[in-house]
Design a protein around this ligand. Structure first.
Ligand SMILES: [Zn+2]
Length: 411
């Protein structure tokens, strides 16, 4: 396979992270389980042929399992002129969820993984200077928390992470935690006010991690990690993605990347839950028109980014990849999200965890994109409305999905 390396390296658009794995992490075990053989897809008729890890927890039949849709927004702040309007975009997200209920009448909500220097100020991992303290951004973070959204940890400075030590990871995590859990004593206190005894989720910047990351995540007592990509296995078509798993026996999604040569193997991290970054899948030719776009979407996408495999249409599961790397239109993004969702509904209902960036919905987002801000917002809103039109759907924070996995109950 030739394409996957760039998929990973371009995951968040930073070619500067072309570090390879040469200097990378210490590894002791070679958990290099081969990806699902391609031949398996030929005989697979999901959900009957699900791998053990693709079966819903609790022995439940997929038909009785809630279809979770969990949006996890990264960064959520302002760094000079890189992310103008982040505050306004978070305000849009707050209103979007506030206006929508789940089919069972409960509130919809999402997760926001905060890079805390983007509100509290200080140096940033971009190496281009300090972020200014921004009390308005902090107030927005508090508003999100107060509205029932989950707040997670996305480091303090947003560093490049493939060479970081355990101590460096822990320092980043602790500095962010100090802002997340600091007491909110005054209107301008640069703190969010989370309960320090309540573990939160963690995601690495740029999806750059090494084995030390997970050692640090465990030592810091996080509730889960959500940095590993899943779904590139050749036998997986969206109907049979693995359900979230613990890293007791490593990570199948990570092992695929090891087999491509783009990552070093991980050691085992027993008990640590991985809530993966699942790939998006663009609809195949015969279904494009049904999804509202002209036939040949995958071929058009391949012209924009050659590493796409038009046979599977898989794209790293972050909005940045859709809007920026693939320069997709609003209709193309909506088609891709709907198709990816529909495959889960047809299959094992593995949770649909979407990687997002709130600043991409700001009116003055800094990078040049094909879709206007209105189109970008409308695509996400229309997708949510489509998902919520299914009675089985629950739009909830990632932590709620994990709570359900730990004690699954049928619909
Ligand atoms: Zn980030």
């Amino acid at each position: 396979m030739t394409h996957p390396v760039p998929r990973i390296l371009l995951a968040l658009g930073l070619l500067s992270l072309l570090l390879g794995c040469g200097g990378a992490p210490k590894t002791t075990t070679a958990e290099t389980a081969a990806p699902t053989p391609a031949s398996e897809s030929a005989v697979c008729n999901p959900p009957a042929c699900l791998l053990p890890q693709a079966a819903p927890p609790g022995g439940l039949d997929p038909a009785s399992v809630p279809m979770f849709v969990a949006l996890g927004f990264d960064d959520n702040g302002v760094v000079g002129d890189k992310t103008p309007g982040a505050e306004e975009a978070m305000s849009w997200a707050l209103a979007m969820f506030g206006a929508r209920k789940n089919p069972d009448g409960t509130s919809t909500a999402a997760t926001f993984y905060l890079t805390t220097s983007y509100g509290a100020g200080g140096e940033t991992g971009y190496g281009d200077g300090d972020a200014q303290a921004n009390p308005a951004v902090i107030r927005m973070w508090r508003d999100l928390h107060a509205a029932g959204h989950e707040i997670g940890n996305h480091t303090h400075t947003h560093p490049h992470g493939t060479e970081m030590t355990v101590a460096q990871w822990r320092s980043e995590m602790q500095r962010a935690a100090a802002v997340l859990t600091g007491a909110v004593g005054s209107e301008d206190a640069l703190a969010v006010g989370l309960d320090p005894n309540q573990p939160v989720g963690f995601r690495t910047p740029f999806l750059e991690y090494n084995d030390n990351t997970f050692t640090a995540v465990r030592q810091e007592g996080f509730a889960y990690d959500c940095s590993i990509e899943e779904g590139y296995q050749s036998g997986q078509d969206g109907t049979n993605f693995l359900w979230p798993y613990t890293l007791d026996e490593g990570s199948p999604g990570h092992d695929v990347q090891v087999s491509w040569g783009s990552r070093a193997p991980l050691t085992r991290h027993p008990g640590l839950y991985e809530m993966p970054v699942y790939v998006f899948i663009a609809p195949p030719d015969e279904l494009c028109e049904q999804y509202g776009v002209p036939q040949g979407l995958r071929d058009r996408l391949k012209q924009r980014q050659d590493y796409l495999d038009a046979a599977d249409g898989k794209i790293t599961g972050f909005d940045y990849n859709l809007w920026a790397l693939f320069q997709m239109s609003g209709d193309e993004v909506l088609a891709t999200l709907k198709y990816t969702f529909d495959m889960r509904m047809k299959g094992n209902r593995a949770p649909f965890l979407l990687g997002m960036h709130s600043d991409m919905y700001a009116a003055e987002y800094a990078e040049s994109l094909a879709a206007t801000p209105q189109e970008r917002r409308a695509a996400i809103e229309k997708f949510l409305d489509y998902a919520l039109s299914h009675p089985q759907v629950r739009v909830v924070p990632v932590r709620d999905v994990l709570d359900w996995i730990k004690s699954p109950a049928p619909l």
